[in-house]
Design a binder for this molecule. Structure first.
Ligand SMILES: [Fe+2]
Ligand SMILES: [Fe+2]
Length: 533
């Protein structure tokens, strides 16, 4: 049957026979996640691609021929066969979301040859702003023909989807229902769409008001711990900028130790704080974030607690060399000049010099030097500084490279003007696994932030939006993190939305909640960090 997957030409008669025949409701007897269930899902997806292919043929043919023309017979018959097969238990819905096609909640992944067909259908649906097309068993040949005729005769430029729907009803077409595309305009209660946060103004959340709830208390502790670290790094960086003097790292080290204790208690609550995005304080936040992410990663690697604090401290000052770069350059709204880049590329080396000049350090830990010197080198030495002597990267350096890149890319400063969503950054990093990044460390890093990383925005099948609070504890279900619902199905923000463990199952063994897709929180300028503070 895969033969006719890619063909646009109507298929041969014998292939219009039911492809997947099964006893009614069999899908309900097969446990989700079981092998049989997987096979059934896979078959449904394959049939879904065939349905898309035939729908494309039907639409194209209808542009040329009248609805009664025999040229329409084959796509219509094949579609009917597919629908009768697939919709036995319940109507099937072809969905278009962010230019991806889904059958129900399964992504219809197409190969290179099928791409043209998928694109053609996506364009056709987009033209009408159709987000979903549901077919049920009641559909008949005349319905498909009539529908296709309307679909191509009416002009989406001058008519709205509503007009098309009215015509469908007026002509008595049954078994085909259309839904409009969902608008993902996120409104806040106070008006405009929320951009990246200014942080401190959101702190009066009622969640923090009482301390009875241990979760709330942990959050407050984590936030205070974060603020303390940020405070000490700010003070130390400033003093380095002002020309040094006696600098005490004691306070910073104590703050880091406090963070490590909190992390042992609730890693996700602390890592959630790294989603804080604060433009003007980029460098401080970035340093603290890199420190927290490095500690979490090193913890997975098996660092003893004492060493975690050293690493955390080293990570905190990995960008110390930036104190030699003028603020005007660091905060430049426009693009960097070549000269600016030279200064930027020198910061790892400058960092080692700055650190060694600080009188507060009598014995510069090698780790601090390594963190500064190596964090942009990359495992394959594709980064900078370039060395003429052979070099072996320290574990600290390799950990720092991952934590630094992840935070820098998800933030909006330094390397790019616009931040990238955490999952896009992870994908990008995985494409360089074993090259720029240590492959094993990168895998461990994903265990810290999750496949769908902390701070990601997802849409549940209820159409509610939720933010990822922590990765799934159960590795077998890594794609089912712990989330907090933040909007109702219409996209209106809800206060104190429920927190859901997506691995939770109901009495029948089905997952209670499912993610239907990831939403690019940066694309929608939606700041998820406020759910962590
Ligand atoms: Fe750096
Ligand atoms: Fe950095």
């Amino acid at each position: 049957m895969s033969d006719f997957l890619n063909k646009e030409a109507p298929v041969a008669d014998e292939q219009a026979q039911p492809i997947l025949t099964h006893e009614k409701s069999i899908s309900q007897k097969i446990a989700r996640g079981s092998e049989a269930g997987d096979i059934l899902d896979q078959q449904m997806v394959m049939l879904g691609i065939q349905l898309v292919t035939q729908l494309n043929v039907l639409i194209k043919t209808s542009r040329i021929y009248e609805r009664t023309n025999a040229a329409l017979d084959k796509p219509v018959d094949t579609m009917l066969t597919l629908i009768k097969t697939m919709a036995q238990d319940q109507p099937i819905t072809l969905r278009l979301q962010n230019d991806f096609l889904f059958l129900g909640d399964s992504h219809l992944k197409v190969n290179a040859q099928q791409m043209a067909v998928a694109t053609s259908i996506i364009d056709a649906l987009n033209a009408w702003k159709i987000g979903g097309m549901t077919f049920s068993l009641t559909v008949e040949s005349k319905d498909l023909r009539e529908f296709a005729a309307l679909f191509v005769r009416l002009d989406p430029e001058t008519k709205a989807l509503e007009d098309l729907q009215k015509e469908i009803t007026a002509r008595g077409i049954v078994g085909i229902e259309l839904e409009e595309q969902r608008q993902l305009q996120l409104r806040t209660k106070h008006g405009t769409a929320r951009n990246t946060g200014s942080g401190t103004t959101e702190n009066k959340s009622p969640e923090g008001a009482g301390t009875a709830d241990p979760n709330a208390q942990r959050k407050i502790n984590a936030k205070n711990g974060y603020a303390k670290v940020a405070g000490t790094v700010g003070a130390l960086t400033q003093s380095a900028r002002d020309g040094g003097g006696a600098v005490s790292f004691k306070q910073a080290k104590r703050a880091i130790q406090n963070i490590i204790d909190l992390m042992v208690d609730d890693e996700a609550a602390v890592l959630g704080l790294t989603t804080l995005r604060c433009h003007d304080q980029y460098t401080h936040n970035h340093s603290v974030n890199v420190s927290l992410l490095s500690i979490a990663l090193a913890n997975r690697v098996g660092y003893p607690k004492v060493e975690l604090a050293d690493l955390g401290l080293a990570a905190l000052f990995h960008d110390m060399g930036k104190s030699t770069i003028p603020m005007e350059v660091l905060n430049k709204p426009g693009e960097f000049t070549d000269e600016d880049w030279v200064a930027m590329r020198n910061h790892p080396t400058e960092g080692v010099l700055s650190l060694s000049k600080m009188r507060g350090i009598t014995n510069l830990p090698g780790r601090m030097a390594a963190a500064s010197f190596e964090h942009h080198m990359n495992q394959d030495f594709s980064g900078y500084p370039k060395l003429t002597v052979p070099w072996t990267l320290s574990l600290t350096g390799r950990i720092l490279t991952i934590a630094d890149c992840y935070d820098a890319m998800t933030s909006s400063r330094v390397y790019r003007r616009e931040p990238m969503s955490p999952s896009k950054v992870l994908n990008m990093m995985f494409s360089k696994s074993g090259k720029a990044f240590d492959a094993v460390l990168l895998k461990l890093f994903v265990n810290c932030v999750g496949i769908i990383p902390i701070g990601s925005l997802v849409m549940l099948e209820t159409s509610e939006l939720a933010v990822v609070l922590k990765p799934a504890t159960d590795k077998a279900n890594a794609e089912r993190p712990f989330v907090k619902v933040i909007t109702d199905p219409q996209g209106n923000p809800v206060d104190h939305g429920r927190e859901i463990d997506l691995t939770e199952k109901d009495e029948t063994g089905d997952f209670r909640h499912n993610i239907i897709r990831l939403i690019d929180n940066t694309e929608y300028k939606f700041d998820t960090s406020r759910y962590f503070v």
